[in-house]
Design a protein around this ligand. Sequence first.
Ligand code: GLU
Length: 551
Amino acid sequence: MATNEDLAELLFPDVTKTIEDLEREYPLRNLPEGAQVTRFAPSPTGFLHTGSLFTSMISYTYAKQSGGVYYFRLEDTDTKRTIEGSGELLIEQLKQFGIIADEGYTPDGDIGAYGPYQQSKRKDIYRTVIKELVRRGRAYPDFCTPEDLDAIRAIQEAKKELPGYYGVYARDRNLTADERIERIKAGVPYVIRFYSLGDHERKVKFNDAIRGEIELQDNDTDVVILKSDGLPTYHFAHVCDDHFMRTTCITRGEEWIPSTPIHLDMFRALGWKPPKYAHIPSIMKLDNGNRRKLSKRKDPEAAVSYFLDEGYPTESLLVYLMSIANSNFEEWSITTKTFDLSKFKFSLKKMSFDGALFDQDKLNYFSKEIIVRIPIDELYDRVVAFAKAHDEFLLQRIQSNPEFFKKAINIDRDKPNPRKDFAKYKDIYPRIRFFYADEWEKMVESLPFRDTLRPYVKELLLDFKDKMLLGVDESTWWNSVKEIGEAHGFASSNKDFKLNPEKYHGSVSDCAEVLRVAITGTDQSPSLHAVLEILGKEEVCRRLEEIAKKF
Ligand code: GLU
């Protein structure tokens, strides 16, 4: 009578290593007490999703703040979904956000002593562990065809039983070693399944590092662990990998909560202590009043590249995501007046369980605060880099006169209450386009002068052209504006105007509005004095004259 030992030898004749060998090869890490080993383990199926950036940021921060290790593992066992080059792309995109792994897969080869860090290269490890499970009767070949599995499902549906390969429905679970060997020798195709000893009637509990105790029905399904293509399934691969890579905390999406009992079942079967699990909430979106997960198909903001294309500084997105992760972050940033994530103490325990709603206004708020703090030379360099990658026209504009552009974007930033106009680099040009003569020419076709001020526009502008002081400090300039206004029947202060409204056409601020509209094409612009100084006397006079002529 054949034994499981014979079966294991027949299935994996080339495997000579044992689990003990692997334990020695990947020893426990020598890290200080409390140091966490975390990982980001994406499948190479496309670009970086906002939810993945969120998960990897948490994983990275948790490891780094504890003095531990953060590594990158490529989970490429689903060959049908794999997209060539996306592992590289993910690493590249994460790098832009400063999320750089201490260890892991890189396009130029692995870094670290716990590799390979690419699942498709870890076949020997999986096969070693599975061989041992087969020996112990905790894994077995299953010869069901897709049709057999359909038939099982049809019976389960008819009986209103749970679908799956478990208990009496696990057709090949109780074959003898002889029967198994005979089929293998006859060339019948098979997959390898886990032999579960779990009981669906029982509950299993585990302590989630974010959610606290979670209680779920125990697993009793004999899940596939090795597919017919020789690659493992996620369930099994992550158990092996996180064990031998000595992960201390598995940070992964909350969609994995329901399958955690399967994973715990396998850890039990192998006699391994499972790492902590921290299931990260999904980022949600309001859609017609309903909350739903951010969707790759429907929402542009589900892809991290959207934010980069829009010109959000990478730290803005990280800071925003941190504000979702820990709701005390916002208050911390207000009190400390800083957005430096390396100074914020992140806590898994302070994470909310329900997915946060994606809030573009909040992102914009943080981003404006962040952009206004970037020193002008650096901001300039960043906008140039953005233009090089995304906006040829903007690049030409900048290059036509770099100093002029730099001055235009720097207005009102260096003061106690700076203007926070820009949430992203894409916001910049629309707000400063009036500086460029060709843009201004387009704007003059429909200038938003107020109807009540129109009768005075021509005379005011001509006098501004002749008498307004330029090349002087702001208050001297402003006095000259007041004087010109007074000469045309405008009160020199709002107070005077309010006291005697019938005496005046308006106040000096109305005069300034006329000037502003003529020069900038809008009634909302940054500091007019700064604008006039940047444009220079010649251009200011030319603009004033051209508009005056139209009246
Ligand atoms: N490859 C899995 C995924 O992309 C990773 C889950 C995990 O982090 O364990 O969803």
